[in-house]
Design a binder for this molecule. Sequence first.
Ligand code: UGA
Length: 437
Amino acid sequence: MRISVIGCSYLGAVTSSCLARLGHDVTGVDIDPRLVDELSAGRAPFFEPGLQDLLSEQAGTGRLRYTTDAAAVAGSAVHFVCVGTPQRMGENAADLSQVDAAIEALLPSLAPGDVVVGKSTVPVGTATRLAARIAEAQPEATLVWNPEFLREGFAVEDTLHPDRIVYGLPDGPAGARAKLVLDEVYAAPLAEGTPLVVTDYPTAELVKVAANSFLATKISFINAMAELCEVAGADVTALADAIGHDDRIGRKFLNAGIGFGGGCLPKDIRAFMARAGELGADQALTFLREVDTINLRRRDRVVEIARQVLDGSVIDRRIAVLGAAFKPNSDDVRDSPALDVAARLHVQGAEVRVTDPHAIENARRTHPGLTYLAGLDEAVEGADLVLLLTEWREYVSLDPAELAKLVRTPIVIDGRNVLNPRAWRDAGWTYRGLGRP
Ligand code: UGA
């Protein structure tokens, strides 16, 4: 099928290359010439496992091209909208300007029978509004809301083999016809038996934010338990293992630590609360305010422990921060808890030295005041304190005895509860986890 993808950042770059892999003929459009140049040259514009290989592979097929020319979408039967919906400056609500601009740019090229597929995360009610706008310009085109559930770090895998597919469709023959078109787009994953949920627009929109809210709640729940464990002298890791054996609860997303960040969970729960308020249902989501508060409190707690282990003050103390990305296997630093903690310690007078296998360039752009070192050894050299804040595999598997030789004082704060406390203590370290004795 001929498919256009509007917006070629994280979501669009992965979606477009995966659609080409599924056998479609894909045109990606973005207003950012740098992004388009990189993708056109077959280079991944950000670090995402598997993306570079996929782009290199697809570059040779002639089925995947990128452009800044919005008119290039003409002739595609299906148009994916994959632009960002960041948090509005100074507010909780989502900024929909990119979605609106993408739809406006698409309208002149829409032909009868075209299907527009909304993938961006939007406040409930947006699809109904956009469908009306599309109908004004091209009454025979149909909008489908098809939320995306990919995780950074597993984006290619999640897109090629999703755990479910959701279509939000309008009633009647137009919806039925659009469903057949999307079934063809997703023929490969559907043939693998991927569950398909067909529903209406508002439900499809809500599925996405409900899923992210649940995940955020799960993380804040275990972080609240970590606070309790800290005052009671208990171990939140053992607690999570034990409750996780109950398959109604499950062990996934019960890792206590410095909490969630990234371009999705934090802004999605805030936008959801804002939208609920507009709909007069704010009470239903007041618990998400607490989820957000618990999450941010973990960052305060790490800074507090750092001060404690350094005898009351971080001023002029050398602190090595391992990890800048919001999670491992990503170079994304949007709302990264690791960088936030590093910045707070820096402001409080510490000499902070940050390292990360892939995210230093992005981190330098958002936090230019911090010191970055590409090598782990340089970052920890002479440190009074080591903070593990993003659980990259190379940090989790560090040899505590070797590392002890490089630092000035062997004190480690394990912000992700991924190190083996006994092994580190046996190697002479003072070990502090979050919610661990
Ligand atoms: C999240 C969702 O997991 C995806 O399903 C969704 O599609 C995506 O948002 C989106 O809305 O686009 P992502 O932001 O890539 O994906 O990252 P997650 O794997 O959800 O991790 C989010 C944050 O939670 C990270 O900072 C991670 O370190 C933290 N986390 C995760 C914990 O602190 N504890 C856990 O147990 C798990």
